[in-house]
Design a protein around this ligand. Sequence first.
Ligand code: SF4
Ligand code: SF4
Length: 310
Amino acid sequence: MMTKGLCIVLTDRCNAACEMCCFSCSPENNHVMDEALMFQAIDQAAEVEGISYIGFSGGEPFLYYDLLKNGLAHARLRGFATSVATNGFWGSWPDEILQQRLSALQIDKIFLSTDYYHQQYVPGSSVERAISAARTLGISINVGIGETRSHTSGAHFQQMGDSKYLLAFYTYPYIRAGRAAVFPEAEFFQPSEIPVERCASNGLISVMYDGKVFPCCKQQVFSTALTLGNLYNSSLKDILSSSDNAALMRCLSNPRCLRKLLEEKGLTRPFQSACDSCSSIFGDGNSLESLIPLIHAADSQIAADQLLGR
Ligand code: SF4
Ligand code: SF4
């Protein structure tokens, strides 16, 4: 799959500490990306064919407002479309500051997460003001609502009143990763009839505050062995073009390959999504290096099967 976008994970610090956070963010965490590394990531993304989009996330990227502002400006300068993923806590800023600070960022798109778990830390009133300020400035806004069995999106939709008709929403199931790993099994939605779906990266890769490059932007990936390389050691272009990483990316985007890896590792429990199975395959403490022979074998087998029409 062609790489279309780069997500820059500025920090693992967050004003919230949501009990289902699959990246285990909290106000106590304090990792933050060095500004020079952020600029380097953006410059190098411009050298990778296909990347047209830079997203900023965390943790909560608005906690490092000046860093975020400089990153957005640099991405724009390089001709990228931009987005920021946030919980919208900044909706509680006073009116004048809210408008002035938000407009100075010149964001193209905001992905705002709100649901039962987020609302324990960011009240609906802040979310509403954040949405309203973004809409006033013409910023495109997508609202993501995560669900468990106990706390589904239905109740949350009701709380949003009439404004919900003005917005684009998406819902997603929380999975067993990070802090949600201790949730009872019954809280998670069970798999569909398809045992393993396609990797949901959509051609987006990410770079963490410490320079590590990952094959998607899902928070749960950061606790797996799926590190493709580190920008402190190699360029983004070199990392993406290595034969091991190319085989890995092909494997991730092929449901048959993920299924083969599950079989090889003897993982038989039901999986609710590709990300759930991916977290199990690569999140058990083994290094990616130790799994590469398995990935190449699965990749070759599938290529051979395809040639033989199997
Ligand atoms: S889920 Fe989002 S808002 Fe909640 S702690 Fe994690 S990063 Fe912060
Ligand atoms: S399947 Fe793995 S690599 Fe793909 S989006 Fe999910 S966590 Fe990321």
